[in-house]
Design a protein around this ligand. Structure first.
Ligand SMILES: [Fe+2]
Length: 223
């Protein structure tokens, strides 16, 4: 039986999802630019942005610093670039990600699902792009989780701060059956859905052959 508290929490979740949808933040003082079909579309930050970030915020989310334990789930190597509309790399951009663990559970007090929590999963990481605009994370494929009447398909939340623009968005997994039923993903135009979908790539040197390699470039309206 669903409790009043669970109802209140779910209403808060929906309010947060709807209230923050479509948010684009810009650095003050710069001329506003109109979103176009070539830039990565903004998507909701969602209700589970970490309130208290882990002490360990490095690019490997599969293990906590100083621990020999590893997070559960399918290992994913995520590589990509931050680009401007002219295709030029954005160096020095801050790239932060946060996501659910393999059980679909966020490390957030408002996530009250009665599912197991993977205490070995970092849940949040930060990188700064290099001179070619590249970033890289090692993480796990997040589990799907319930939201209102449906399921959120596996996704990773991103916040990118370039020199002139900041965008909050989400990355999705290709060939994922749940993508077809994800309300937030399907609310995007088809061309925008292409822009938030990662691509499967061949393994790179040193990668565990059982791991997945995905690539995703993010295009900012102004670098
Ligand atoms: Fe999410």
């Amino acid at each position: 039986m669903r409790t009043n508290q669970q109802d209140i929490t779910r209403r808060k979740v929906l309010k947060a999802v709807l209230g923050l949808g479509g948010m684009v933040l810009r650095v003050p003082g710069l001329a506003a630019k109109t979103a176009n079909q070539r830039s990565t579309p903004p998507m909701t930050r969602g209700p589970f942005y970490p309130q208290i970030k882990p002490l360990d915020q490095d690019a490997d989310l599969t293990a906590l610093s100083g621990s020999r334990q590893h997070a559960q789930g399918q290992t994913v190597h995520l590589t990509g670039r931050i680009l401007d509309l002219d295709g030029k790399p954005v160096s020095g951009a801050r790239v932060a990600i946060w996501q659910a663990d393999a059980h679909g559970h966020y490390h957030h007090p408002n996530d009250r699902q009665p599912t197991a929590v993977d205490g070995n999963f970092q849940g949040f990481g930060v990188q700064t792009t290099d001179a070619q605009g590249r970033y890289r994370f090692k993480t796990i494929k997040p589990g799907a989780y319930p939201l209102m009447a449906g399921l959120r398909t596996p996704h990773i939340h991103f916040e990118i701060e370039g020199r002139n623009a900041r965008v909050v968005t989400q990355m999705f997994f290709p060939d994922e059956a749940l993508n077809a039923n994800d309300g937030l993903l399907q609310a995007l135009q088809p061309a925008q859905r292409e822009l938030v979908m990662a691509k499967r790539m061949p393994a790179i040197a040193g990668m565990d052959p059982r791991a997945t390699h995905l690539a995703w470039d993010i295009i900012l309206m102004s670098g």
